[in-house]
Design a protein around this ligand. Structure first.
Ligand code: HEM
Length: 414
């Protein structure tokens, strides 16, 4: 039985990695759920697809967020070129355990509390109106490049104090770097060919190193990079490399996630005109729509941990050092967590999701993402008349984990 499960698990990973599965990975996730937590020996990886185990494992201290441990043991290879900045070897705090994780997260948390973020509501609403004004005089509109992408990018650049004109460079680097978050794909296969994500990571680190050097020469008053520099100068709390890695994390997180919340949200509404009409009639429902999107078609599909010691999950055993992939998007459609899980229903009584993770690594940007999602979706249904999808399914990016479309063209009446 265990061996059959393993074979099926390995086969399912292959199906999931196939780009043809991007438009609808959910039937594959359902197959994973029927297997229960499954140890795939060939990949030294446990795959978990049911809700209860994902939630339990996310708060299990025996699991480490230091993913590099697995890849270094497995491949014993350093993929970076010799002239890469030293910050690249200082993992961002998403991939650190306490005490470093706690210390670094604390330094930036105050910038992302619900109260701090709420002060940005008017400026975010104004940006959205400007994007939709531009769409109004055209018959077709790409929701991705016209609204879903520029909004979170502008917001995070402003918060950090990153010149928005530079976005044209780091957009590509960020997209390349995030392929390493796909989980199953080998981080580095030792073949000597430099993977694209390494290129993106190196360039982004070079860019942020320069930015920090520049800000040190000419300090500003009111952005997060300046605050972090002040924290660094104020005591022995943050090294230069940690500062750079933290800024890279915030820049990437601000770039690659909320865009998909907005685009996946618009897509789900266009496919469910009754829900779109309900939101138009009552914009107060926007928060519920956002939570249902985070469950039904989440921007972050999975996360990974490394077993710090031997452990059991369901009938599977994971040896210390094994990789643990938690398929959050599969867990959300576990009928034990959410009845009738394949139905998109913002009115459901209770929405259980791990769309922002769970436990000590719970998404720091959740209040900011929720605010942008709520305002963007409510404004979209209010402003865009008779929107219709031009291609269904729309084209998807290659990313497995940070799931999103590469274009979302609609026709509309103004
Ligand atoms: C809809 C949008 C977003 C989604 C779905 C999302 C999802 C997630 C998830 C699932 C995690 C936990 C990963 C894990 O446990 O391994 C996470 C962590 C994180 N997110 Fe988000 N995120 C979003 C937006 C943002 C934004 C806008 C920011 C800030 C700019 C942000 C910053 C972070 C940071 C810093 C962490 C690491 C927290 C830690 O390790 O303590 N996120 N996010």
């Amino acid at each position: 039985m265990a061996t059959d499960n393993q074979t099926s698990g390995f086969h399912l990973v292959g199906k999931l990695l196939d780009p043809a599965a991007r438009a609808d990975p959910y039937p594959i996730y359902a197959e994973f759920r029927t297997l229960g937590p499954v140890w795939i020996k060939e990949m030294s990886t446990l795959v978990v697809a049911n809700y209860r185990d994902c939630e339990t494992l996310l708060r299990d201290p025996r699991l480490s967020a230091e993913r590099d441990r697995f890849f270094q043991v497995d491949q014993a290879a350093d993929p970076y070129p010799p002239d890469a900045p030293s910050s690249i070897r200082r993992p961002w705090f998403l991939s650190l355990d306490p005490p470093d994780h706690t210390r670094l997260r604390r330094l930036v948390s105050s910038a992302f509390t619900a109260r701090t973020v709420a002060r940005m509501e008017d400026s975010i609403a104004q940006l959205i109106e400007e994007y939709l004004d531009r769409a109004a005089d055209r018959e077709t509109f790409d929701v991705l490049s016209g609204l879903a992408y520029p909004l979170p990018v502008t917001v995070i650049c402003r918060m950090l104090g990153v010149p928005q004109a530079d976005e044209r460079f780091f957009h590509r680097w960020s997209a390349q770097l995030t392929r390493q978050l796909d989980g199953f794909s080998n981080r580095y296969d030792g073949s000597g060919d430099t993977p694209q994500w390494v290129h993106g990571e190196v360039e982004l680190h070079r860019y942020v190193n320069e930015l920090v050097a520049d800000r040190r020469r000419s300090p500003r008053r009111d952005d997060l990079i300046s605050e972090l520099l002040a924290a660094q100068d104020g005591g022995d709390v943050l090294s230069h490399d940690e500062l750079v890695s933290t800024i890279v994390l915030l820049l990437v997180a601000g770039h690659e996630t909320t865009v998909n919340l907005i685009a996946n949200g618009v897509l789900a509404l266009l496919r469910h005109p009754g829900q779109l009409a309900a939101l138009r009639a009552d914009p107060g429902k926007a928060s519920a729509v956002v939570e249902e999107i985070l469950r039904y078609d989440p921007p972050v599909q999975l996360t990974a941990r490394v077993a710090g010691e031997d452990l059991r999950a369901g009938r599977a055993t994971v040896p210390a050092g094994g990789l643990v992939i938690l398929l959050l998007a599969a867990a959300h459609r576990d009928p034990e967590a959410n009845p009738d899980p394949d139905r998109f229903d913002p009115a459901r009584e209770q929405v259980r999701h791990l769309g922002f993770g769970f436990g000590s690594h719970f998404c720091l940007g959740a209040p900011l993402a929720r605010l942008q999602g709520r305002l963007a979706l409510a404004a979209f249904v209010r402003r865009v008349r008779e929107p219709e999808l031009i291609a269904d399914p729309p084209p998807y990016r290659e990313h497995l984990n940070l799931r999103g479309v590469s274009e979302l063209l609609i026709a509309h009446a103004g």
